[in-house]
Design a protein around this ligand. Structure first.
Ligand code: ADP
Ligand code: MG
Length: 240
């Protein structure tokens, strides 16, 4: 579904992504781990064209996406993204947050968008919160709204950038449960997380990023029990 080849990204003179090759198949859950500053967020943002690559190719469903010729909005509609900080619209209710993009970007009829939003809020366990404003919600509830909001665009892939890192520990589980449900439904997902339990349980593949390159990848069982790359060994010894 996604194919990244020889991806390079610079911020000024800082060479952040140094030739990343990554394939993500339909219905696959890829968990990306690595030290702070290794380039995980930048890679996700390149996949969503929030950052523009400097070199390399990115293809979706076999079509190369060239930012200079492809309308990026249509690409972004297809790629849902959930961030560490939920970025809900504070002046809109939960339901209004979820229908905003379908109604204003996709031109979905409002009644239909509301139907769908209710279904999605039910799916993330917030069926009773549609009329509530975000400030009344816990962090875990806000993040679940953010997931419902991303799903409302009916993306074919979901990117998660440390979705539980800003949450109090007791709220992490409810968000991971929603993500597990999505994975079980067959959603294609790329997840940056420090939750190694989630990686072990849900990932089809773990990708370890080190200093802007993929140093090692493999199925979670093999990777966690027998990492090969020295940096991966060191990383795991610190987080496990
Ligand atoms: P990670 O998510 O793995 O912690 P990032 O992708 O956020 O890593 O960052 C990788 C490197 O790129 C870091 O050195 C960071 O400081 C730098 N960086 C990230 N975003 C920017 C930016 N917008 N401008 C300049 N430097 C950036
Ligand atoms: Mg990051």
């Amino acid at each position: 579904m996604i194919s990244v080849s020889n991806l390079h990204k610079y911020f000024g003179k800082l060479h952040v992504l140094k030739g990343v090759d990554l394939e993500v198949k339909a219905r696959e859950v890829v968990v990306m781990i690595g030290a702070s500053g290794s380039g995980k967020s930048t890679l996700l943002r390149c996949l969503n064209f929030l950052e523009m690559k400097d070199e390399g190719t990115i293809t979706f469903d076999g079509r190369e996406i060239d930012p200079t010729t492809t309308p990026l909005n249509t690409v972004r509609e297809n790629v849902g993204m959930v961030f560490q900080h939920f970025n809900l619209f504070p002046h809109m209710t939960v339901l209004e947050n979820v229908i905003e993009a379908p109604v204003h970007v996709k031109r979905t009829p409002k009644a239909q968008a509301i139907e769908q939003a209710k279904r999605l809020l039910d799916k993330v366990g917030l069926a009773d919160k549609g009329d509530v404003y975000p400030e009344k919600l816990s962090g875990g509830q806000k993040q679940r709204v953010a997931i419902a909001r991303a799903l409302a665009m009916e993306p074919s892939v979901m990117l998660f950038d440390e979705p539980t890192s800003a949450l109090d520990p007791e709220l992490v589980g409810e968000v991971l449960e929603v993500m597990k449900g999505l994975a079980a439904d067959g959603m294609t997902m790329v997840v940056v997380t420090h939750e190694m339990g989630f990686a072990r349980e849900v990932a089809d593949r773990v990708v370890f990023l080190d200093d802007g390159t993929i140093a090692e990848q493999g199925d979670p069982e093999t990777f966690f029990s027998n990492p090969q790359h020295p940096k991966a060994k060191q990383f795991l010894s610190r987080v496990l």
